[in-house]
Design a protein around this ligand. Structure first.
Ligand code: GDP
Ligand code: IMO
Ligand code: MG
Length: 422
């Protein structure tokens, strides 16, 4: 049996969507296990671009079933828009999309509280999708789940209790307008009518998938350095994108996972605030952003760009247990005369032994770089590893050796056919 967890190994936007799409032609089921519509996973097929936020990227392959696990927080509006967007492109989710009854719902007050919090002094640079406030309610045991939609009385009671509390906060703490309970109840009842057909008990669904020996790909959102436990806290998201999250976010037992696959961008990007040791500012950063089209798939925000950080990716390999990886956006580096790779950090001339995910330390580190020669030719139409320039192969073997994993896919452009498999 093949049950693979696919994780972002940096700060998100590594190209997970593209690689899930490539791999999903050899999987029966693709599952999202955490995050929500803060994710933006791009798949480009020919001239068509699909940006998926909640539905697994496997939906674009008609023989693949897609599951949204309990670890995901679902914004009804975003989900319905996505189902409709796919339908408009001739892709039906009916009978192929299965949603966990235990997944939590993003409510209008979550988005409001997210944006209020971002306008204060403790900014994170969130996507504004209500992610943090929804996970707060989940862990405070006040959340509203998909299963609550199935019983009108329970739903109304829960929405009323939550809104009563949130209205007090909105009015007394933030001096904001109160929310209308009836309007929100009506909106979620309408959502229930459409969503009912997709709801399942995911652990039961998975048991029968195991019995039928189905292969499963677990699609992580965000990335290791945005993990609430292992990332650059507090500049993180509110879930566990790392491999462990794949079990708690789906009910798949850890003993069933057969491998962990890392998605690794050939350089580094980050959206939002927080430390970024290898960041390139000024002209150098602007050029990389422009040539890599580094603008957020969800919010359109410019992404911060910098050199490949092998010290960070090695940490990511360790946390996730990555054995194999796909290197993406290698084509973007083709303009450079020389390429730097960070192989460690130092503080006051002292080399750090292990990765400091404490932000106070991270703000003080200086990266230690090795400089490699660039290849200066367009590699975006190369189909076989042997045809890559020697300098490109050297760059790949250097990062693979520094990060400690094998590279099994090299992506040289956004399209399906711009992929080299080893
Ligand atoms: P995800 O969140 O990890 O799925 O990544 P995003 O979709 O947010 O960002 C990746 C961007 O890079 C998308 O616009 C992809 O179409 C694009 N992309 C993916 N792989 C490659 C590649 O190998 N080369 C280039 N030039 N673009 C790529
Ligand atoms: P994908 O799946 C990149 C970042 C935000 C912010 C922090 C917290 O496309 O790789 P949140 O809205 O989650 O509370 O924001 O996390 N962030 C992402 N950055 N890619 C993503 O998803 C992200 N999802 C959240 O920019 O810094
Ligand atoms: Mg993205």
């Amino acid at each position: 049996m093949n049950i693979t967890v696919l994780v972002g190994s940096q700060w998100g936007d590594e190209g997970k969507g593209k690689i899930v799409d490539i791999l999903s032609d050899r999987y029966d089921i693709v599952v999202r296990y955490q995050g929500g519509a803060n994710a933006g996973h791009t798949v480009q097929i020919g001239d068509k671009q699909y940006i998926l936020h909640l539905i697994p990227s496997g939906i674009l392959r008609e023989n693949v079933q897609c599951v949204i696990g309990n670890g995901v927080v679902i914004d009804p509006k975003a989900l319905l828009e996505e189902i409709k967007f796919l339908e408009d492109h001739g892709i039906s989710s009916k009978g192929r999309l299965f949603i966990s009854q235990n997944a939590h719902l993003i409510m209008p007050y979550h988005k409001l509280l997210d944006s209020i919090s971002e306008s204060g002094n403790s900014k994170i640079g969130t996507t504004g999708r209500g992610i943090g406030p929804c996970y707060i309610d989940k862990y405070a045991r006040k959340g509203i789940r998909i299963v609550d939609l199935l019983d009108r009385k329970v739903l109304e009671e829960k929405i009323k209790a939550n809104i009563e509390e949130k209205n007090t906060i909105l009015k007394k703490v933030y001096n904001q307008k109160e929310l209308d309970v009836e309007e929100i109840i009506k909106e979620y009842i309408e959502f229930d009518k459409i969503i009912d057909q997709y709801v399942v008990d995911v652990p039961t669904y998975m048991q029968s998938a195991f019995a039928d020996e189905k292969s499963i790909l677990l699609e992580g959102a965000q990335g290791t350095m945005l993990d609430v436990d292992f990332g650059t806290y507090p500049y993180v998201t509110s879930s566990n994108p790392t491999a462990g999250g794949a079990c708690t976010g789906t009910g798949i037992p850890p003993t069933r996972i057969t491998s962990v696959y890392g998605i690794v961008k050939a350089y580094t990007t980050r959206v939002g605030l927080g430390p970024f040791p290898t960041e390139l500012t000024g002209e150098e950063g602007n050029k990389l952003r422009e040539l890599g089209s580094e603008f957020g798939a969800t919010t359109g925000r410019p992404r911060r760009c910098g050199w490949f950080d092998a010290f960070l990716v090695n940490y990511s390999r360790m946390i996730n247990g990555i054995e194999r990886a796909a290197i993406t956006k290698l084509d973007v580096l083709s303009y450079l005369d020389e390429i730097k790779v960070c192989v460690g950090y130092e503080i006051n001339g002292k080399k750090l032994k292990s990765y400091p995910n404490n932000v106070n330390l991270l703000q003080q580190v200086s990266p230690i770089y090795e400089t490699l020669p660039g290849w200066k030719v367009d590699i975006s139409s190369i189909k076989y590893y042997d045809e890559l320039p020697t300098q490109t192969k050297d760059y790949l073997s250097f990062i693979s050796q520094q990060a400690g994993f094998e590279i099994s896919i090299i992506s040289v452009g956004p399209r399906r056919n711009q992929t080299i498999e080893l």
